[in-house]
Each structure stands twice: as structure tokens, then as C-alpha cells.
Design a protein around this ligand. Sequence first.
Ligand code: HEM
Length: 164
Amino acid sequence: MIIALLVLGFWMTDRAGANLWDELTNTLYSWHKLIGFLVLLVTAMRIVVKLLNKRPDYPSSISTGQIQLAHVVQSAMYLLLVLVPLFGWAGVTAYPALITVGGLHLPALPGVPKGEPLAKQLFEIHGYLVLALIAVAIAHIGAGLNHLWIKKDQVFDRIWFKSK
Ligand code: HEM
């Protein structure tokens, strides 16, 4: 979903920047808003599941410092997975542009006043937070693959399906 949102997000803003306001651009925006909103819901569910379950243990070869670093990166990722869609939703509430795929309207984010200048500021923050999310996700994926291919320890197994 995140990869789809990145493709849709950069593609649609590119077309908007070129003043191409046709059906394709509107469709890209509609899908971006709907999938982005679903990411917020899925992230909320994921956080509940995470809080209700014990995390798997790290292998004993992993130092406390490495575990702390992993926690910082993972917490940043969760925070951004909430903030990125929240700012997008706040932006479309302020604009207002809540219509998505098939005419389905998103609910307005409570407490957000209407106004185009405010919406533009919220979208700008949305864009910066996306860049931070990309950076943190790359660090996370890089660390995971380092454990899988270079260190060859059991860390990757903690986040992958259990082998039979
Ligand atoms: C994790 C979820 C999301 C990701 C990864 C994401 C990603 C992106 C990206 C990459 C862009 C282009 C940024 C740029 O060119 O500056 C963008 C723009 C935008 N996003 Fe999202 N987005 C997410 C969630 C949402 C949600 C939930 C909404 C609204 C309900 C939304 C509404 C928008 C809008 C309206 C723009 C265009 C802003 C403008 O025209 O300046 N996004 N998003």
C-alpha cells in the first residue's frame, strides 16, 4: 500500500504541477486518498495487535545498543505511519476535497477548519513527512537485509513467516 501511495502521490502531484487536470489526475488523487486513509486504519489495527502481543525475543548475539537502535527506528516508522496519512487527511479536510473513488466521501477530520492556505501548509508537511518515512523505511529494510544476507543471524526470522 505504501509503495502504491508513493507512486500515486508523486505521479499525481507531477501532473498537477504540469496543470494536467484531467480524468486520470482525478483518479490518481481519488485512489491515493482512499488507500492512504486505509493505511491509517490498518496502522491503528496493527498498533492494537502489537500492544496486545509480546514481541519475539532477539537472538542473544544482539547487543542492547543494537536493540535500542532498532526500537528507535521502529518507533519512528510507526509514528510516521500515523502522521503521514493524518496530515494528508487533515489537508483534504481543510481544502476541502474529501471525495474519493466512486464518489465515496471520507469523513472530515474533526477539529480541522476549512481554508486553502491551511490545506497547502498541511500538504507541505505531509510531503516532508513522506520523505522522512522513506528514509526510515530504507534504514529499516537495509538493517533487515543486513541480518538476512550478511550477518545471517535469526533477526530476520522475527519479522518473516515462520518456516515449517
Ligand atoms: C502512508 C500514507 C501516505 C503516503 C505514503 C502518501 C504519500 C504521498 C506522496 C509521495 C505525495 C506527493 C508529495 C509531493 O509531491 O510533495 C502525496 C501527496 C498528497 N497526498 Fe498523500 N500519502 C499518504 C496518505 C494520504 C492521505 C490519507 C491523504 C488524504 C486522505 C493524502 C492526500 C494527499 C494529497 C491531497 C496530496 C497532494 C498534495 C498537493 O497537491 O500538494 N495522502 N502523498
